[in-house]
Design a protein around this ligand. Structure first.
Ligand SMILES: O=P(O)(O)OC[C@H]1O[C@](O)(CO)[C@@H](O)[C@@H]1O
Length: 458
């Protein structure tokens, strides 16, 4: 008998079958483990943090915050109970566009299934995204705490803990950036790998625990953990300024990065973005951030600004120089921070053309888009349990706004683009290979299909 009440709401004691959506309905899946254990722990930790920081929050946000906090804490524990007892996902009461899209989706699924989606019985992507949207709503509907980011202190702590690594990376990167030589393949690929391993630093997988991970700098010895390595293809795509793949009227020297986590990871993202412009691989970089507190550690605009201020006041010469230089990139428009609520919807990216066509077209203006992290991976590949040998292009199921560079440490049981038999080999070596972030992917898709008439393939 299982400790949770899952016996009472019919869970299949199976691994997720091939080609179906990831869902907590299958007991031997990471989705089940997440909904049963990780999500309630995240909520409990959040409650504890709010209780612990109550006085400070009230001091900062005023007396009214006291009752608001009480209400939020109550709602968080009620919500935890809803998850643990597999209740239907309640419609959101917020009036925002994204809340409406969540609600329409829940209603559509209800109509399709004849019964409302519940936490263990629906697509994992929905239940997990919904949790963060519900948390947001609890604050959003308050007056004083309307804009409060409950994960902010965790993100700041993660940055501070990672400071030795950030310094090491910063000093290394500044040397690279300051020499006058042209872009170099080895240098670029090495940065790409540093950037990949930066994705291990994700607070939703460590349940908010911040650790120092000095090993991430040794990319050569980590190479054997990269299960699919398209670094060379990525280099060819970003270094080819006369690419024949470009269709229509595009700003082909722009690159896009769809950020994932704050702290060390975003620092490596910024180094990569800097390399792209400094070495003239791109004339500008668009940096996509989240609009709401998301999966604990995802970057929002304020996290990015905060990081730059921290760098500038760090007392470390390299970090100060980088902080100044990156702030200037933002002021001068070399970098542009872009918010879109599409990233925090519970949809996979095949829906972008329909739900957010302008975003699809914007991505299409770029020479390439770099997607960071595990959640982006799940959304790119449609949250399905693919045969791991499925090609990257097939797994993307029509999502080809521009050339895609996909960097992810594996933290969920979904993977495409592996050589036949490799998944089985890794499984034999490490039964938890799809959960820990110890294994990585550097994948590329050169196929481009634009909407508005012009379409083509590389
Ligand atoms: O920060 P990342 O790399 O998107 O990882 C977060 C993801 O990892 C997980 O923790 C496991 O899949 C999810 O909860 C989430 O998809």
């Amino acid at each position: 008998m299982c400790e949770c009440k899952c016996e009472s709401f019919s869970i299949m004691d199976l691994k997720t079958p091939r080609n179906v959506y990831l869902t907590a309905f299958y007991k031997r899946s990471f989705a089940f483990y997440t909904v049963k254990n990780r999500m309630p722990i995240i909520l409990t930790t959040l409650i504890d943090t709010l209780v612990r920081n109550k006085s400070e929050i009230i001091e900062q946000y005023g007396k009214a915050a006291k009752d608001e906090l009480k209400c939020i804490i109550g709602e968080l524990s009620e919500f935890k109970y809803e998850i643990q007892t597999n209740k239907p996902l309640k419609l959101l009461s917020s009036e925002t566009r994204d809340a409406k899209l969540y609600n329409e989706y829940i209603e559509r699924l209800t109509a399709q299934e004849g019964t409302p989606p519940t936490h263990f019985h629906t697509i994992w992507l929905l239940t997990e995204c919904y949790m963060y949207r519900r948390i947001r709503q609890m604050f959003e509907l308050q007056k004083s705490l309307h804009n409060f980011d409950p994960f902010r202190s965790k993100k700041e702590e993660a940055y501070n803990t990672a400071l030795p690594m950030i310094q090491e990376m910063g000093e290394h990167f500044l040397n690279v950036a300051q020499n006058d030589s042209d872009a170099d393949k080895e240098e670029f690929i090495s940065l790409l790998k540093l950037n990949l391993w930066g994705n291990k630093c994700d607070l939703s997988i460590t349940l908010g625990k911040v650790e120092e991970k000095n090993t991430l700098f040794d990319t050569a010895s980590l190479d054997r953990f990269v299960l699919c390595d398209h670094s060379e293809k990525i280099w060819e795509a970003v270094s080819n300024s006369t690419s024949s793949s470009i269709i229509g009227e595009t700003h082909q020297s722009e690159s896009n990065i769809i950020f994932d986590n704050a702290g060390y990871e975003v620092f490596t993202d910024l180094c990569l973005a800097d390399y792209l412009v400094t070495k003239k691989l791109a004339s500008s970089v668009r940096l996509y951030v989240k609009t709401i507190p998301w999966f604990i550690s995802d970057v929002m605009t304020h996290d990015l600004r905060w990081t730059l201020e921290e760098l500038k006041s760090s007392g470390n010469a390299a970090l100060q120089a980088l902080g100044e230089r990156w702030s200037n990139y933002l002021t001068e428009g070399v970098w542009d921070v872009v918010e879109s609520d599409f990233w925090t919807l519970p949809f996979d990216y095949t829906s972008m053309k329909q739900v957010e066509p302008t975003l699809y077209m914007k991505l299409g203006e770029a020479k390439a888009a770099i997607f960071k992290g595990d959640l982006n991976y799940r959304k790119l590949f449609g949250e399905r349990n693919w045969d791991p040998a499925t090609t990257v292009d097939e797994g993307l199921q029509g999502f080809h706004p521009t050339k895609l560079c996909i960097l992810r440490t594996i933290k969920a049981d979904i993977v495409c683009g592996l050589e036949e038999g490799l998944a089985e080999k890794v499984e034999a070596e490490d039964a938890k290979w799809m959960e820990t972030g110890d294994w990585g992917l550097v994948q590329f898709s050169g196929k481009v299909v634009q909407i508005h008439g012009g379409a083509g393939e590389v």
